[in-house]
Design a protein around this ligand. Structure first.
Ligand code: 5GP
Length: 193
């Protein structure tokens, strides 16, 4: 069991509706030393890739992405969730369905921060149905940039996103893959990696 899996077992809370709450160390209060170890692991897994930029989505991806970026020595761009498009600059736009908030968000990135020369590592906290990732991939591709890889902290392997993204041919690395979880007993089973 790796350090993220151990932490999920210790401090994660399984909620009804297939929601894993990890807000004591991942996406509300944040354990930066844990993030640092996750950054080192992503750096090892994507060592061969010419990554020059990290892309994430607000809000909970930002903290992880910033610590991961210190291992790659590259800037972080985060997609903003916005109801209205700022018409002043040119924008890359995608629609993203939110798993946790059950709504649709328009996410935007300014064109000046993502272009054909960029080799992008996408980072996010969770992968469930893959809607957030699809939106981010769409933004990278519409910029003419390259998705070099995708790094996820926690993948819920019993939802469709992971299989769908791997079937598209992307190198998707999830540090913990939850195979099953039980809100009644609190038991969490991880996929062997
Ligand atoms: P997807 O777009 O893959 O369906 O969901 C990804 C997003 O939904 C993540 O960025 C994360 O914010 C949120 N999310 C999905 N499942 C969970 C969960 O079980 N727990 C928490 N805390 N967030 C989740």
């Amino acid at each position: 069991m790796n350090c993220l899996e151990e932490r999920i077992v210790k401090d994660g809370i399984v909620k009804e509706g297939n929601v894993l709450k990890v807000d004591s160390f991942l996406n509300h209060q944040m354990d930066i030393e844990l993030f640092d170890r996750m950054g080192a692991e992503f750096k090892a897994r994507f060592a061969e890739k010419p990554i020059n930029k990290i892309l994430t989505i607000e809000a909970s991806g930002i903290g992880i992405a910033c610590v991961v970026a210190q291992h790659f020595h590259v800037p972080v761009v985060f997609a903003k969730k916005s109801k209205s498009i700022n018409l002043e600059g040119e924008m890359l736009v995608a629609e993203v369905e939110s798993f946790t908030h059950k709504c649709s968000n328009r996410v935007i990135v300014a064109k000046k921060f993502l272009g054909p020369d960029d080799h992008v590592l996408i980072i996010d906290d969770f992968l469930a149905n893959g809607c957030a990732l699809q939106g981010l991939i769409q933004i990278v591709q519409s910029a003419g940039a390259t998705v070099e890889g995708i790094g996820i902290a926690i993948e819920k392997g019993f939802q469709a996103g992971g299989r769908m993204i791997r079937n598209l041919g992307f190198q998707l690395e999830s540090l913990a893959i939850v195979e099953s979880m039980d809100a009644r007993t609190g038991e969490i089973v991880f996929r062997e990696q």
